[in-house]
Design a protein around this ligand. Sequence first.
Ligand code: SAH
Length: 352
Amino acid sequence: MTDITAKLSRLIAAMGPISMAQYMAESNAAYYASRDPLGVNGDFITAPEISQMFGEMVGVWCADIWARAGRPTPVHFAEYGPGRGTLARDALRVMARFGLHPHLHLVETSPVLRVTQQTLLAPITQNLFWHDDPSTLPQDGPMLIVANEFLDALPIRQIVQTEAGWRERLVGLDGLRLVPISGDKPMEATIPETMRNAPLGAIIETCPAATAVVDDVARRLAVQGGAALFMDYGYVDAQLGSSLQAVKAHQKADPFVAAGTADLTALVDFGILAEVAMRGGTKWLGTAEQGAWLHIMGIAERATALIKKSPEQASAIGAALARLTGANAMGSLFKIMGLAAPQWPDGAGFDL
Ligand code: SAH
């Protein structure tokens, strides 16, 4: 039993079941605080770790919209959940080529990953700052904000249709095991009219933490100017069912076993986030499939150029391109949502 499982079990034994959100938040906080989960020897691999081309396309997008906005300075580049710092490194290198030298702000809670980020990024920029959460980000200029596989790690809530009606899905104890159970408080009032009669077992997922992040970004852009990209796996049209999953050593694992030793994630509801962004006073540029967006940004041309420079790398570069853009790989399941301040131009990649 892990420390965090033991702690949550004691808590549940004493106080009763906890929400799925609390379970996910505590598991992931323990998980990220204790390791670098990325890469072949870790638990999962992300787009910027697959190839430098991913971060480069993000850098091109930022430089392009910044140039069209009239090259304002000072300007800040903020990344939420930057992992090893690879995306920021690749994006900064490209932005510099366009004359864009933003201050770099990393929103990161994990002390282990902060060390990795420092090692990678301190040599390339002097203006490097860490934040525990977005509330301390600067307010003195436009922001270019990016987040890849950040929202999917934020805690979700689930509501399930039971014989007794809609109930919150909680985490309880069955002997020594943590298990999902239904709470006893009626939740009908939180269910949209159109979904009230969903079949038994139907699950509605919400992620209040993700909506809060996007709401804050939207309000910030409206006041300070700037633009944002949220990249994650998720869906645009509302769907029913639990998307909670655990990934350990590149395999799916039981999300209720070994809390704190596997990455807990859920699909991102991009439909609701677009609404939240617009309500917050910012422009929603679109939500594109990752493959389509990367192609518009010129990833195929970039791959060709890289292969020309290093012909011995041709098959590795081709494989990375296919993985990032292929419909049966990350190309369709992953989405990229673009936002821009009302007074900013529309940016590239979303006029599909
Ligand atoms: N963006 C990186 C890493 C994705 S992993 C990449 O694409 O490779 C998720 C990242 O979000 C990690 O850096 C993790 O430490 C961070 N993270 C998770 N929950 C967080 C939270 N609540 N606040 C801040 N950072 C968080």
